[in-house]
Design a protein around this ligand. Structure first.
Ligand code: PMP
Length: 354
């Protein structure tokens, strides 16, 4: 840290992303990327868009914004397109949280929420999940704070029914509720239709998982036009050209090729169920997941040990230091072949055969 860093920023505790190693080739199941490449249509669209890179890109999400709106049955002014969904989540902390309206989120959830709160200097309340890692919606009824809920939750994969989220939104009319649906396309039901009914709801989604475009950095938010305007006000105060010609072209092709996304999601969901069944048959506890990852542990085997042994075998998964989940692994659902390799390694390691 240099002596020039202002004291506010010295207190930051930055997010720790999953490893992106370059030392050797791994089976990479640690950052919830898709095992499928992006749609071929995106490759062609990107090459075409590259011909105009001397020009600034379109503002306000360009054509992509309208395409997202149409695909979700909302209007253009109910959509904001951002540089990954991390950008729209950060904007929500900045726009809708304050000392008078602190943030509230679970103890076990997306690790970036406390970091965004710190970055934006807003206080937050941690609301512990129940013993079984489910969220008790009663904890949020009338909580009077800006609520952030990942649904399905990460790293657990557990899905909270839309009816329970609606009760939370309804009971906090003077606060914004943000539902982070980064993993919604793998089997959950989206809250997007509720946006027409509630003026205090923001739903965020991403192109990084179901649409195989983590490298493009594209996300979006859906909310009533007033909230979307608030968020664009912040974009225009920081980085109006928040999207490149290349990622917008890729994103548009992905929205237009929704069949490809649907097929891939169905395949991932099927692999997830087969993989979970297999781990359970080896004595693992596996939480019910509607995401493109599972959260699993084996009694008597520490998370650190399993992680280290798998790494030595050329397989990367995600582990966490937080004491409540330190023995759990978050495992991305990759190709069938990779999941079979991983399952077999886990069996051998936990049966002391490797
Ligand atoms: N929300 C959750 C719950 C996530 O796990 C992630 C991915 N790490 C994101 C949002 C952000 O993803 P991206 O910025 O790639 O859209």
């Amino acid at each position: 840290m240099s002596r020039f860093l202002c004291s506010r920023m010295q207190a930051l505790a930055p997010y720790t992303p999953g490893e992106q190693p370059s030392d050797r080739k791994y089976i990479k199941l640690n950052t919830n990327e898709s095992p499928f490449p992006p749609t071929e249509k995106a490759l062609r669209a990107v090459a075409e868009a590259a011909e105009n890179l001397q020009l600034y890109p379109a503002l306000d999400g360009g054509k992509l914004r309208g395409a997202i709106a149409e695909s979700l049955g909302v209007s253009y002014d109910e959509v904001i397109v951002t540089n990954g969904s991390d950008e729209v989540l950060n904007l929500c902390f900045r726009a809708f949280c304050s000392p008078e309206s602190p943030a509230a989120f679970a103890d076990i959830t997306y690790g970036f929420y406390p970091v965004f709160a710190g970055y934006n200097c807003v206080p937050y309340e941690i609301v512990p999940l129940k013993e079984d890692f489910t969220l008790d919606s009663r904890d949020y009824i009338g909580i009077n704070k800006t609520v952030f809920i990942a649904n399905p939750n990460a790293p657990t994969g557990i899905f909270l029914p839309v009816s329970e989220i609606e009760e939370i939104v309804k009971s906090n009319p003077d606060n914004v509720v943000v539902v982070d649906e980064a993993y919604i396309d793998f089997g959950g039901e989206s809250c997007v239709p509720l946006v027409k009914k509630y003026k205090n709801l923001v739903v965020t989604q991403t192109f990084s998982k179901s649409r195989s475009m983590a490298g493009a950095r594209l996300g979006f938010g859906i909310a009533c036009p007033e909230l979307i305007n608030d968020l664009y006000r912040l974009i225009y105060s920081t980085n109006p050209y928040n999207l490149s010609r290349l990622n917008m072209a890729a994103g548009l092709a992905a929205v237009e090729d929704s069949d490809y996304t649907r097929r891939n999601c169905a395949e991932i969901a099927k692999t997830r169920e087969d993989f979970s069944r297999k781990l359970k048959s080896f004595g693992f506890e596996v939480l019910p997941s509607l995401a493109n990852f599972v959260f699993a542990k084996k009694e008597g085997a520490s998370g650190r040990m399993l992680y280290d042994r798998l790494r030595a075998e050329g397989i990367l998964v995600r582990r966490f230091d937080s004491p409540r989940i330190s023995d759990w692994l978050r495992i991305t659902i990759g190709s069938r072949k990779d999941m079979n390799t991983l399952a077999e390694k886990l069996r051998l390691i936990t049966e002391n055969l490797l």
